[in-house]
Design a protein around this ligand. Structure first.
Ligand code: ATP
Length: 387
């Protein structure tokens, strides 16, 4: 393994005020080296550190996931590494070619077609003749945007831009590949293609990945860097990084008041092995979960238990009507959900009640964490035959 990137004591400041930001920027350019020396520790009014003393190294073959809340400084760090932004203090040493996809438009001219943009990019990379033709053909093949390749980029959907951008950046076989939220866009088929391309490239390069999807981190990263307000608060094992990040997200997540509709008319709880789990509590991976509730309405109701990923979409729903089960007025009911074999992380459960076809309540959201080692609980074994 060889070291491809060294980030040492990097600081970057921004100003919250646009006018002040332009003025300070001009002053810094004129004061040159002096500003570099004074940069650390000196903040003018309205300025703040978007990155404070960031250090890490990246080896060939390594995939590093940069994690953090919105505004933690992830994109700023990637832009500094890519040379798109000048950092105020510290040093960034790159050994090798860089490919990056920092924004969806990825520096494409909106009025030029995809093909023309790729041709210009290829030429800027020093390609000509057959080599340039190969590059354009390879990008066109990977992006799979068909006739849009010959349409102006301004008519592309965000998914198409990300396809073209990823294809353009990953086809040059860079030494360091920087991807900022690229895999958030695009359909599953394209994401799978991106995964295999990254798996292929990582043998010879280093990848820095910014994503809010912990699935991507778990699937691809060898290490994680967790940023909070511009500071590195964790560096190391990705699973540990994911847990710390999710804990931080969960602690800062505020449930919106007003989301519940007549919550006083329903009560429910989560139980594991007869014991009630407290809101925000933890459930071991693989433990059988039961929801118990009481109908405080005057009429009989059908109920749905809905399971959500934290901040994400519904991933399961159990509806009593499908079992032809109705909860009578003032009756207690239970729904045995069984083991929730979900990746460790935070989830939400809510209860919805229906009187006939009409929704009559939505409960408060119950938050819990699936804890434990996901992988240890899966048993693989050989079997005699396929069918
Ligand atoms: N050009 C700018 N001028 C002033 N402040 C900026 C500028 N760009 C970003 N910031 C601020 O710097 C901080 C870090 O921003 P950055 O975009 O790096 O965060 P991030 O971790 O990438 O967030 P997200 O997950 O939302 O993309 C934020 O407070 C942001 O508002």
């Amino acid at each position: 393994m060889s070291e491809l990137l060294k980030v040492e004591g990097v600081w970057k400041k921004y100003s919250r005020d646009l006018k002040a930001s332009i003025k300070y920027g001009a002053q810094d350019i004129f004061s040159g080296a002096k500003s570099q020396q004074n940069a650390r520790g000196k903040l003018r009014e309205t300025e703040f550190w978007a990155l404070s003393n960031v250090n890490f190294t990246l080896q060939r073959g390594e995939v590093l996931a940069v994690l953090g809340h919105n505004g933690a400084g992830k994109s700023t760090l990637l832009k500094c590494i890519a040379g798109k932004l000048r950092h105020d203090h510290g040093s960034i040493t790159r050994n090798g070619d860089l490919g990056h996809l920092l924004e969806m438009s990825a520096g494409f001219s909106p009025t030029m077609t995809g093909r023309d943009n790729i041709t210009v990019r290829g030429q800027l990379l020093g390609k000509s003749g057959k080599e340039l033709d190969h590059y354009i053909a390879a990008v066109e093949e990977f992006a799979e945007i068909d006739e849009f390749f010959d349409a102006p980029v301004q008519f592309y959907s965000s998914g198409m831009k990300s396809r073209l951008g990823f294809a353009a950046s990953s086809t040059i076989e860079p030494d360091i590949l920087i991807l900022d939220e690229v895999l958030a866009v695009g359909d599953l088929g394209f994401r799978m293609k991106c995964y295999s391309r990254i798996d292929e490239l990582r043998k010879n390069c280093a990848v820095i990945l910014v994503t809010h999807s912990m699935g991507h981190v778990g699937r691809m990263a060898d290490s994680a860097l967790l940023l909070e307000k511009g500071k590195v608060i964790y560096e190391g094992d990705p699973q540990q990084g994911i847990e710390l990040y999710q804990d931080a997200v969960s602690n800062s997540a505020k449930l919106k008041p007003g989301i519940s509709f007549m919550p006083e008319r329903v009560s429910f709880g989560l139980y594991v092995g007869g014991s009630e789990v407290e809101n925000g509590g933890s459930v071991d991976f693989g433990a059988a979960v039961t929801v118990k509730g009481k109908n405080l309405f005057d009429s009989k109701l059908s109920v749905s238990v809905i399971l959500h990923e934290q901040g994400g979409s519904a991933i399961a729903e159990w509806n009593s009507k499908r079992n032809d089960f109705y909860v009578l007025s003032n009756e207690v009911f239970s729904a045995e959900l069984g083991p929730l074999n979900l990746c460790p992380g935070y989830y939400h459960i809510a209860l919805v009640g229906f009187d006939g076809g009409e929704q009559v309540f939505l409960s408060e959201v119950f938050r819990f964490k699936i804890a434990g080692d996901f992988f240890n609980n899966i048993r693989f074994q050989p079997v005699a035959e396929w069918h």
